[in-house]
Design a protein around this ligand. Structure first.
Ligand code: NOJ
Ligand code: CA
Length: 555
């Protein structure tokens, strides 16, 4: 049964233990503190946590430089604390996905140290070397402007090593059978400790051919099947959520024609075009992106997101579209990053405008896929642009108006809390927002609750209904003899719209408003006509509220 696949209709919440709970190296709090925060997440309605890297690491890339895959960084606690945490999550019906960062290690990983030191070590072949400087050493950098090359000379090894990312992140030779076996071992280890799967970092690079002679890397897609098979043999409900910013014509290579590869992928295509639509009030490219990414196996799912811990990558837009988004949401050079993106958080990008924030969130919860939220966005948290690169959007969670936002009792937190301006913790924090029924936090809780009552979005098929107005997006989802319909107005001005609900059966004449009291009855011509306010959104159930009686068991 498709409806057994939990990830098709989950609410995923991304956080890192170091910014959610005090990480000051005093061995107090951290994973144990996170355990206490589970009640907050449970109340918000999240059903899965994506936990960012917490393994031992020199932390030169926020933990994406792992120096021991089988450990918890001592500043976050112990393996025992981790198991308590996954157990606590399970008790509350929350699943835990963790990052699996195996494209590269930290240069402090014992495997790499050994590989540099001893040419005869078995670990030498676990990395990618070249005696001479490869011709393309100055190309293919993921962090242009910060990262100078993809090959760096190592004095000990007397050779160049390959690194797709920063020079302190040597690439693993992922084509090597022993490396592949080790990756499975790492997955097996964490499954045993209670996780339900992995957000797999940099998947296109993990499966790419690597080496000094590789001009254009080729993806070895069969590796994905091997990862999935292993996982599902060990634990049937474990999944991989792939980070792969790829073009729509390769999506099916990642999902597999029969759904035998990745369970989930982030939908970067929709993400970028969604921000374009928010910036321009033109939904046509977004609709195109939705249709281009529509095809997927029944068991596969998209991970939908607004902002994540990285820059908002706009690299897939046309130059003109990108400029439009820059102008609207990140006009200053200091707000931009790597020549392709914006490094701000959601709320400041949208000028703190509550209507636009709700619109964006309403889209996150009703576009085709499973929503993946970023911690703090439910409060409208801001950014600290004085911090370098992507760190500006990784400041600690603002729990209360106590010192350091109630995040630490330590005098000097490892990462400063936002304490000035309109986004300072004195104004923006969970404790205050709990007290006001209309706060963004409580609004988010309610919208999540409603999202859970429209499973059609996760399990059904969608259709975009034209209104001939580019500022308006109307989507309908059908599943098991039921339909839901959503209307979004990307324009600041009210719009008068008309459309027929379409779909099968005679239910489309009535649209029952799920968030308000204004229902819609179609005219004699079968069309719904109404005015939707600037940045407005509507959630409807098609037909009456007897829908549960109508739901069938198939499909
Ligand atoms: C993608 C992650 O999202 C990013 O934060 C990290 O720097 C790179 N992969 C390298 O691991
Ligand atoms: Ca601590």
């Amino acid at each position: 049964m498709i409806s057994d696949l939990w990830y098709k209709n989950a609410i995923i919440y991304c956080l890192s233990v170091g910014t959610y709970m005090d990480a000051n190296g005093d061995g107090i709090g951290d994973f144990r503190g996170l355990d206490r925060r589970l009640d907050y997440l449970h109340g918000l309605g999240v059903t899965a946590i994506w936990l960012m890297p917490f393994q031992t690491s020199p932390h030169r890339d926020d933990g994406y430089d792992v120096s021991d895959y089988y450990s918890v960084d001592p500043r976050y606690g112990t393996l025992g604390d981790f198991v308590d945490f996954t157990h606590g999550a399970k008790q509350r019906g929350i699943r835990v996905l963790i990052d699996l960062v195996v494209n590269h290690t930290s240069d402090q990983h014992p495997w790499f140290k050994e590989a540099r030191r001893d040419p005869d070590s078995k670990y030498r072949d676990w990395f990618v070397w070249s005696k001479k400087k490869p011709k393309n050493a100055k190309s293919g950098m993921v962090f242009p402007g910060v990262q100078k090359s993809t090959w760096t000379y190592d004095d000990h090894a007397k050779a160049y090593y390959f690194h797709r990312f920063y020079d302190f992140q040597p690439d693993l030779n992922t084509s090597h059978p022993e490396v592949q076996a080790e990756i499975l071992k790492i997955m097996g280890f964490w499954i045993q400790l209670g996780v339900s799967g992995f957000r797999m970092d940099a998947v296109p690079f993990v499966i790419a051919t690597k080496g000094p002679k590789v001009g254009k890397p080729e993806e070895q897609y069969d590796m994905l099947r091997a990862f999935r098979e292993f996982l599902q043999w060990r634990q049937g409900d474990c999944i991989i959520l792939a980070e792969a910013n790829v073009l729509p014509d390769t999506d099916m290579e990642y999902f597999g024609d029969d759904g035998e590869r990745m369970h989930m992928m982030f939908n970067f295509q929709v993400n970028q075009h969604l921000f374009y639509a928010l910036a321009s009030a033109d939904t046509r490219p977004l609709t195109k992106a939705m249709i281009a990414t529509k095809k997927r196996p029944a068991t596969a799912q998209w991970g939908l997101f607004l902002r994540n811990h990285d820059e908002l990558d706009l690299g897939r837009l046309t130059e003109e579209q990108r400029q439009t988004v820059f102008d609207a949401f990140g006009p200053d050079k200091g707000m931009q990053l790597y020549d392709r993106g914006i490094r701000r958080r959601l709320a400041p990008m949208l000028g703190g405008d509550r209507r636009r924030i709700e619109l964006a969130y309403s889209l996150l919860f009703t576009l085709p896929g499973t929503p993946v939220m970023r911690y703090g966005d439910e409060l409208g948290m801001g950014d600290d642009l004085s911090l370098k690169e992507r760190d500006c959007a990784r400041t600690p969670m603002q729990w209360s108006d106590e010192p350091h936002a109630g995040f630490t009792k330590h005098e000097k937190p490892t990462c400063p809390v936002i304490s000035e301006g309109p986004y300072g913790f004195q104004h923006v924090n969970a404790a205050i927002q709990r007290r006001y029924p209309d706060s963004l936090l409580n609004w988010t809780e309610r919208i999540i609750r409603m999202r859970k009552e429209v499973p059609e979005v996760g399990w059904g098929d969608f259709e975009v209904i034209s209104t001939r107005n580019p500022a308006i997006l109307v989507t309908r989802y059908d599943w098991r003899n039921n339909s839901v319909l959503f209307v979004h107005n990307f324009d600041a001005e009210p719009q008068e719209i008309a459309f027929a609900a379409g779909g099968e059966g005679a239910h489309g004449d009535v649209l029952v408003n799920l968030l308000g009291t204004e229902h819609s009855h179609a005219g004699a011509d079968g069309k719904h006509r109404f005015v939707i306010e600037g940045y407005g959104y509507r959630w409807y159930r098609v037909g009456g509220l007897d829908y549960l009686l109508r739901r069938n068991d198939t499909g």
